[in-house]
Design a protein around this ligand. Sequence first.
Ligand code: FRU
Length: 562
Amino acid sequence: SPSTRNCRPAMKTQTKMTLILCSLLPLCASGVQAENIALKITKRYLNFPVSHGQERGRMTFETEGEPALSVAIRLAPEEADYWVFRDVSALEGKTVRIAYDGDPRGLGKIYQSDRIAGQDSLYREKNRPQFHFTTRRGWINDPNGLVFHDGEYHLFYQHNPYEREWQNMHWGHAVSKDLVHWEELPDALFPDGLGTMYSGSAVIDCANTAGFSRDGTPALVAVYTAAGPERQVQCVAYSLDNGRTFTKYAGNPVIDSRDKWNSKDTRDPKVFWYAPAGHWVLVLNERDGHSIYTSPDLKRWTYESHVTGFWECPELFELPVDGDPGNTKWVMYGASGTYMLGSFDGRVFRPESGKHRYTSGSIYAAQTYTNIPAADGRRIQIGWGRISHPGMPFKGMMTMPTELTLRTTKDGVRLVSTPVAELDRLFRPLGEWRELTAEEAGRRLEEFGTADRLRIRTTIELSHATDASLTLSGQPLVAYDMNHNTLNGRFYSPQDPTSMRLTADIYIDRTSVEVFIDGGLYSYSMERRPEAGNDRGFRFRGKRIRVCDLEVFSVESIWQPE
Ligand code: FRU
């Protein structure tokens, strides 16, 4: 599409100026026929052209004194679909040898610059979400290493910097001071001899139990899965500069449990400090459920127990019920978010109820923050939004940060999720109306039908109707069927089961929609499909429904373009 083609660099001649050695000789050391070039790094970025018409080839970077890096990339021999980049500022002055076993014609197009190709339109691209985190280039999935430290919220994430599809897992990195505005930093963890960098978590080792800290600055410790072709093993890396650079622990891997489970699926360690027993807890998905390990020092781990019934991306945390610190429950979930409630004694999780569902749709692999100051005390969650952005050189996004609480409901204690209060500053009221018919409400929304982002809060009441909906361009944002008790296809019954009312808080971005029902008792997310139907704009439907309340807010962009 034209918007991605703009990403081509204007000055092709730059390529030649920055190539100091261009041998283009076959490199046969690895037995693979590969062409190679050498570049002396004088600029911040290496820019690479990508074409999805090409098969992936293997590209290897070798720099003296640095670990080698090997990635798969579809280097464009001719026209690029878009450009990707590697931040090489840490290699300044050094010579990087780049070998590629795919079509070698693209090698000569790689160029250095202090700007990424497409920098001019960064964050202003047509389908760039405006209040959700996305990466500048490439693919993202799970949030990783969510930790608050020194006034910064860290958001690490599964990142393929070299293409907008899943591959080459690195840990990408962004930071925020307010959970709203994010700054993307260079990638934090790179594939190595043990494998690619799969999901994991991060903690602050305040008591220096691992001994990584030298001058009293507590280490930020990332615990992650290295995924090799045969095994998925658990590893540790630490940072003494607020996550900007990491050193991998020389004793890695710290857990290798493939043989115990006779399964390759052992991954996604979630670590936290369990104060009552004074030890670290690691929850690991192994084969068919979540295992608990404990450790005094983040390096030596002892297996304790296992709960079957979960897949990928474990979470385990304690929450007060109805805000009462004297009455708490532990929440355990996996990647889909369906959860069990129970008790935890530092070694064993005992399920008491579940599984329950609090959210559905595009969200997956959600994780919560560690090290939130006690005075704040919130359990803050971010999930991967499985959302595509048509024509863009990036894919996937993070869902809005939400606060999780436990509330007593008619069905028992349940998890509730609401967008964090920090997001409020993005919304400006544009109008509020009460007691409207469906037609009147539709007319009020007419002028917003083409808005690229909007928040709508509404309470709908059914009376003569068994169902009611609000659609945008034919796409159901809220579709409630009182007869079958379904809401956008899944069972839902309001707190007062005789109630005919439903409240929806709807966050519409350029490519996604997130909906929070009845104060967060249930939520769901979806791709926004502007071409879903023949209808244009918003439309309320339902036989003689009442729109009791309708509020519309503008949404400020979180990106401050340079
Ligand atoms: C979940 C997941 C994790 C894994 C990661 C790899 O989306 O499959 O289990 O660590 O993605 O990118």
